[in-house]
Design a protein around this ligand. Structure first.
Ligand SMILES: [Zn+2]
Length: 307
């Protein structure tokens, strides 16, 4: 049976070659999705492909809360009233309430419209999580009688997971990005730096016992191990860059963001600014955690200092 837009990873494990690589596990004419796409339109397209083959969607496992991963939830929940939606406790409020992500990106207060309307950040409609994956630790969950391994991969977000299907195919979500995304985004979106580095190590340790790895932004890569090393190097380079800026002179998050955006020619848009500033906040917090810098407010400005 040919399934348009569905690329086989191994046996019953596929990924949907839509805007991004949604995971699709098919057994007994039922599909279990790993994430749900960026929008209602993408979800509809995926559903059409599956429906033509007589397959219905039984469950979604959301790896984390970003709009490009759970933007299709609402469509599937409307179409399949018995649909199960799984995610971790830390991600759940953000999946259910579309305002939470934008609020988080806007200092915890009312969000700017452009951020609210940005589909990769914000699911445009909320959805109801039916099953919370808790506690946040590696575990096996059973869906439609099939065992799925949940693998914690924090760092991109606080409660992100990867999912290994019974075919030994690992969907690693945004723990790493495909080559194109990696090259395009100089400041990779990680919000907990120490944890992100730990997740890269974990991912690498899983490679020998895994048959295929699917990256949400990029699909498959012939050189996953090298790609993981490249991510680690990029994180350490960014961390050193932030530290050397602070070593030159005390600086605020705004100043560091401005310098980084100019150095890397990041376009002057509110979304690009937010997606640069937020990870830089994480680097500053990490340097503070490692006691390499101190945070002080002087004359109404919060700055990072060396001592
Ligand atoms: Zn993400």
């Amino acid at each position: 049976m040919r399934k348009t837009n569905l690329i086989s990873a191994k046996n019953n494990s596929y990924y949907f070659d839509g805007v991004f690589s949604v995971g699709v596990y098919i057994k007994n004419q039922q599909a279990i999705l790993i994430d749900s796409g960026i929008s209602k339109d993408v979800a509809k397209e995926l559903d059409k492909t599956l429906s033509h083959a007589g397959i219905h969607v039984a469950a979604i496992i959301n790896t984390h809360c970003h709009g490009d991963h759970c933007g299709g939830n609402n469509f599937f929940q409307q179409k399949y009233p018995h649909l199960k939606i799984f995610c971790t406790e830390a991600e759940r409020p953000f999946v259910e309430d579309p305002l939470m992500g934008p609020i988080g990106l806007c200092n915890g207060a009312a969000a700017y419209e452009e951020i609210q309307k940005c589909k990769p950040i914000t699911p445009q409609q909320g959805s109801k999580v039916t099953d919370t994956i808790t506690p946040y630790q590696d575990q096996t969950i059973t869906i439609c009688g099939e065992p799925f391994e949940i693998i914690t991969l924090p760092g991109h977000t606080r409660g992100m997971i990867g999912v290994k299907t019974p075919d030994n195919v690992l969907y690693c979500s945004d723990a790493i990005f495909g080559e194109e995304t990696f090259r395009k985004h100089r400041i990779l979106y990680y919000t907990f730096i120490g944890q992100a580095l730990g997740s890269l190590k974990k991912l690498k340790s899983l490679l020998p016992s895994t048959d295929a790895v699917i990256i949400y932004h990029g699909g498959t890569s012939p050189t996953v191990a090298t790609l993981i090393d490249d991510h680690e190097k990029r994180i350490l380079d960014t961390k050193n860059m932030v530290l050397s800026m602070v070593q030159e002179a005390p600086c605020s998050l705004e100043e560091i963001t401005s310098k980084v955006m100019r150095i890397h020619s990041i376009p002057d848009s509110l979304v690009a600014y937010a997606l640069t500033k937020t990870p830089l906040q994480a680097y500053i917090a990490e340097l503070e955690h490692e006691k390499l810098i101190k945070i002080r407010v002087t004359e109404g400005t919060c700055r990072a200092h060396i001592s």
